[in-house]
Design a protein around this ligand. Structure first.
Ligand SMILES: C[S@@+](CC[C@H](N)C(=O)[O-])C[C@H]1O[C@@H](n2cnc3c(N)ncnc32)[C@H](O)[C@@H]1O
Length: 192
């Protein structure tokens, strides 16, 4: 039987621009991402581009009940593995750019959003389609937490009307990764 890493790698060989990484995130990176979530906030955690669940398991290790996680993954093979790996998580097999229209997400208020989507490769319109509905459902103080492998913001801050900064750099990952957090610029400037 193929391992999670084997399925991930095979998919990456077929669709490198869509999968965006040759291997799942390391445990160290997943724990660093989970540490960025403000667990005192109410609501579910939305995870975008969940893959085989490396970051999902990091959220669970941090104490998040699986029932509190809504994970979005576009690739059917990865979504199937994710359902098996972390059974009580709500897995939505969908394109994150259309997430605002999904009934499970439409009326939610999120504790946090965790994204490992290859968002720096999206068009600005597609980035907007992902981040705007997330920021609206996060509300004041809610963080959109994004992984990247570049030493600069993976999102064009000025064009999207957001503010953001790098909050952690994880060398023990292949390749080394950075974690960025973003907020709505209008909400931040009102001091909330
Ligand atoms: C870099 S991998 C990260 C996987 C996993 N979260 C991890 O950290 O190991 C990016 C993931 O995003 C998924 N993805 C890419 N574009 C997507 C989209 N538009 N909607 C939903 N998932 C997408 C890919 O299929 C892949 O599983």
């Amino acid at each position: 039987m193929a391992t999670e890493a084997g399925v991930f790698f095979a998919l990456w060989l077929q669709k490198p621009w869509r999968i965006a990484a040759a291997n799942p995130s390391s445990r160290r990176l997943a724990d660093a991402v989970a540490a960025q979530v403000d667990w005192s906030r109410p609501g579910p955690v939305l995870e975008l581009g969940a893959g085989t669940g490396s970051l999902t398991r990091g959220l669970v290790r941090a104490g998040c009940p699986p029932e509190r996680i809504i994970a979005v993954e576009r690739e059917p093979d990865l979504a199937r593995l994710l359902r098996q790996a972390v059974p009580r998580v709500t897995v939505i097999e969908a394109d994150a750019r259309e997430i605002a229209r999904h009934p499970t997400v439409a009326d939610q208020s999120f504790c946090a959003v965790v994204s490992s989507l290859p968002i720096k490769w999206f068009s600005v319109a597609a980035q907007e389609a992902v981040i705007r509905p997330c920021l609206e459902r996060l509300g004041p103080g809610g963080r959109f937490i994004q992984l990247t492998n570049a030493f600069c913001s993976p999102l064009p801050i000025g064009k999207l009307g957001i503010v953001g900064c790098e909050v952690a750099r994880i060398w023990l990952n292949l390749p080394p990764a950075q974690i960025w957090c973003y907020w709505d610029a209008a909400v931040r400037s009102r001091g909330r």
